[in-house]
Write a protein that binds this ligand. Structure first.
Ligand code: ZN
Ligand code: FE
Length: 253
């Protein structure tokens, strides 16, 4: 099993998960159909499933066309079944689901949208985080509260350290500027930014990121750090308030 990164729209990533032997594949968050069709045809793949992390157009835009062309099934969160176009298979929070390609589990992580999920494939150490966790950032809060988003990110922090984070957008460079503005002396962050810059110069994706790096460098995962709280003028240990302050600062960055 392998994962192919497919660039879509201006800065979206979709992901094709495929089996090299039988050429079956699944796609996560097809923003649009064409780039996915191109990769499928070029590699003679057979599309079986579309997974959607949430209902935004830049994550479901390819559902209809792909389903028409390949007769595949659309998989998503049960509570978002009225907003995910063409949905066929509904999964519940914490549910494990096995198909002919892999076993995966989903987790409800609301905040960006109320029905946002992540998809975890243990055998690939892969976590598809949509617009909730980005490399060095997190999604905007559109349908939830700061506390919900904080809790969702806290759930993601508990995955194994070597988990690969496959997120919905290439926002890493901008996110790194924000992290640096608050955490300029973090040597791990500085090293990570050097790697990121190399990838960008070579026109390579900065994704996947490794959870361990995110825990050390992503400021949104570090709002329980007392030193960072102090820097933001939060006097008593209040990670949710710190997270809210970071999110507001980033919205105006
Ligand atoms: Zn979104
Ligand atoms: Fe998005």
């Amino acid at each position: 099993m392998k994962i192919k990164i497919v660039k879509c729209l201006t800065d979206n990533y979709s992901y094709i998960i495929f089996n090299k032997e039988n050429l079956l594949c699944a796609v996560v968050d097809p923003s649009e159909a064409e780039p996915i069709i191109e990769k499928i045809e070029k590699n003679n793949l057979k599309l079986k499933y579309i997974f959607n992390t949430h209902h935004h157009y830049d994550h479901v835009g390819g559902n209809k066309k792909l389903k028409e062309k390949y007769n595949c099934k659309v998989v998503g969160f049960e509570k978002d079944k009225d907003r995910i176009p063409e949905i066929d298979i509904v999964l519940k929070d914490n549910q494990k689901w096995k198909n002919e390609l892999f076993e995966c589990s989903i987790l409800h992580i609301p905040g960006h949208t109320s029905g946002h999920i992540c998809i975890y494939i243990k055998e690939l150490k892969a976590l598809f985080t949509g617009d909730t966790l980005f490399s060095l950032g997190c999604g905007r809060i559109f349908e939830g509260t700061y506390e919900e988003m904080y809790k969702s990110l806290s759930k993601l922090k508990k995955f194994p350290l070597n988990t690969r984070i496959y997120c919905g957008h290439e926002y890493t460079k901008k996110n790194s500027d924000f992290c640096l503005s608050i955490d300029s002396k973090n040597s791990k962050l500085i090293n990570k930014i050097n790697e990121i810059n190399k990838n960008i110069q070579n026109e390579k994706p900065t994704i996947p990121s490794i959870l361990e790096d995110e825990l050390e460098c992503n400021i949104f995962l570090r709002s329980d750090n007392m030193e960072i709280q102090k820097r933001l003028g939060i006097n008593k240990d209040d990670p949710i308030k710190t997270f809210a302050k970071l999110r507001d600062l980033k919205d105006n960055f």
